[in-house]
Each structure stands twice: as structure tokens, then as C-alpha cells.
Design a protein around this ligand. Sequence first.
Ligand code: ADP
Length: 163
Amino acid sequence: MKIAICPGSYDPVTYGHLDIIKRSAVLVDKLIVTVFVNPSKKASLFSIEERLDMLRETTKDIPNVEVDTSTGLLNVYAASKNCHLIIRGLRAFSDFEYEFQRALMIKKIDPTLETAFFMTDGRYSYLSSTGVRELAYFNGDVSQMVPPYVEAMIEKKLKLLKK
Ligand code: ADP
């Protein structure tokens, strides 16, 4: 069985993520979308549970996608799932540097673990979870960037935060 993992912070999931998830899911038997805590990203908006909920809701029509979370090392997690393939998305040169280092580091700690990259769809090359969070905070329109379910969750969350 061909299994791949699509790791990320997903704070929150955007149409950019969903595009990568859909395009990679058709190439494998099972795609595990795993929420990891990224220690270099300090300001999170959603709890892990909320991120999982939004991912489950927005991927529910893709039958071979499983949503999960882990706090450990990616290679240890992948081994526990009997998985040897990591999927990441690439938007710009700025992503490349980080992803290049990350992929080589993963390869160093586990040579059996490959990282494959999907080039962003041109429509989403500008799109990041950080941008969505910032725009929404200032009441900007994020309806072209995230599914309606996520938009509603952002609205609810910001209302609570601004109280
Ligand atoms: P991380 O915090 O690990 O960088 P993210 O949640 O930001 O994770 O993103 C997970 C993956 O999705 C990364 O590989 C990232 O490059 C990719 N990604 C995020 N936004 C887009 C987008 N608009 N188009 C393509 N790939 C994207």
C-alpha cells in the first residue's frame, strides 16, 4: 500500500493546502494529513483540535485522506505509519530554501524517507495561513482563500479574541 504524509501547521487550512492534498491523494493509496506543532511559528490562532476539525471537514469528500496529529519527530511518526514519502508544497523561492534544508535533514536522519514537492497552483501562489490570519484580523475578505467552513471558524475565533 502506497502511503504518504502531508505534514504542516494548517493554522488554518487554506485552498492552497487543499490543492496540494487533492493532487497528491490521487497518486497514493492513503494520504495522511498530519498537524504538527511548528516550534518556529509562535503565534498560533487555532488549537490543534480546531485545526484537525477544519481539516476533517474540508477533506471529508476525499476518501483516501486521513487526518491526524503528532507532537514527535516526523521520521519517527512516518515509520510508525509505515510510510516512506513526505509531500510538501512549494510556492516561491522563499519556500525553496526552507524546504530544501528540511528535506535534506529528513534524508540525513532517515535515508529511506523521501520528500516530494508539488508546485503550487498559480491561483494560490500568494496564499499562506499567516496571510489569511492577518487579513482576517483586520476584517479583510478571506472567502477566496479558505473554504466557507474555515471562514466561519475564523470569524467565530476572532470575535472571541476581540471581546
Ligand atoms: P509548515 O508550518 O510546516 O510550513 P504549513 O501549514 O504552513 O506548514 O504548510 C504545509 C505545507 O503546505 C507546506 O509544504 C507549505 O509549503 C504548503 N503550502 C502552504 N500554502 C500553500 C500554497 N498556497 N500553495 C502550495 N503549497 C502550500
